[in-house]
Design a protein around this ligand. Structure first.
Ligand SMILES: C[S@@+](CC[C@H](N)C(=O)[O-])C[C@H]1O[C@@H](n2cnc3c(N)ncnc32)[C@H](O)[C@@H]1O
Length: 282
């Protein structure tokens, strides 16, 4: 069936832009196992073993590749972009067999329910982030749990002031111009900054510098990862920086969430991890 332009998913342009990033990387995960664990925490291997697991907005499958090592009974990825094909190729290259990748709009995605649903680095790129969270909750089984990570409004003042104006222009350029002529040179000073912050992290003055925690986190990686992150920032036509209060209000709006299980954790001083369990009956 042909899709008419008026029915095209709202986020198709964003997904196509991200595909230019994900489809032009070396095979395998861009993340280390330590990064994966950090992103998923407080979820651990115990929560995943033998569970039905869904990733909404799976990119090239970089998180799914690590997730497979935690032995879920099934790991399914959904992405609107052609990066779903790359994700499938990445998963095919593993010895893990119980996986599935679907190219679809997560905001309208329907399933029979998963024990664990996670959505990392996606909601802040949707035209309607709350609509994305609705999909996360809708696809989590009663008694199951969900986990999300978003860019924070808090701690990102420098990024919002300096990178955002550039992103609005850069995202309109051909991807390779953006990656090699804008993101790559931009990544150089940030690489030097983050490495310096990391080396000098004990000094009180350095601890007050912008993106201090984030710099320490990313400084463990090489230049290729810095460039990937810079391009990831600049390629997206849609980015929102989400304040904690918005997340609190979102979470309060779902009667199916068990309020005692809710967590909102600041990560690296400039982003939020949040999640909860759903009630067994609602
Ligand atoms: C920054 S990437 C994150 C990928 C992955 N979760 C990770 O952390 O490596 C955001 C992904 O969300 C996907 N995406 C954006 N809007 C979407 C939508 N409405 N439905 C499904 N995927 C979407 C993009 O195609 C992109 O691959």
């Amino acid at each position: 069936m042909t899709q008419t332009p008026s029915l095209a998913p709202l986020d198709q342009g964003t997904a196509n832009a991200f595909a230019s990033s994900w489809n032009n990387l070396p095979r395998g995960s861009v993340y280390t196992y330590e990064q994966f664990k950090d992103w998923l925490g407080p979820l651990t291997q115990q929560d995943i073993e033998n569970a039905l697991v869904l990733e909404l907005g799976c990119g090239n499958g970089s998180l799914m590749l690590h997730m497979a090592g935690w032995h879920p009974s099934l790991i399914q990825g959904v992405d609107l972009g052609s990066s779903a094909i790359t994700a499938a190729q990445n998963m095919e290259a593993t010895t893990f067999l119980n996986w599935k990748v679907v190219q679809a709009d997560l905001t309208t995605f329907e399933s029979g329910g998963f024990d664990v649903v996670y959505c990392i680095g996606v909601l802040h790129h949707l035209k309607d982030p709350k609509h994305g969270l609705d999909a996360v909750i809708r696809n989590t089984s009663a008694g199951g749990r969900f986990h999300c990570w978003v860019y924070g409004k808090e701690g990102n003042g420098v990024v919002i002031a300096l990178v955002e104006p550039l992103r609005r222009i850069a995202c309109k350029l051909p991807w390779w111009v953006n990656k090699y002529l804008i993101a790559t040179p931009l990544a150089v000073p940030f690489f030097v900054y983050a490495k310096l912050v990391s080396v000098l992290h004990d000094i009180k003055l350095v601890q007050r510098l912008p993106l201090y925690d984030y710099s320490k986190w990313i400084a463990t990686r090489g230049f290729q990862f810095f460039r990937h992150v810079a391009f990831d920032q600049l390629v997206s036509p849609q980015t929102t920086y989400i304040p904690k209060i918005t997340i609190e209000n979102w979470l309060k709006s779902y009667p199916e969430i068990d309020p005692a299980s809710v967590y909102i954790i600041m990560r690296n001083g400039n982003s939020w991890k949040f999640g909860a369990k759903l009630k067994c009956e609602y």
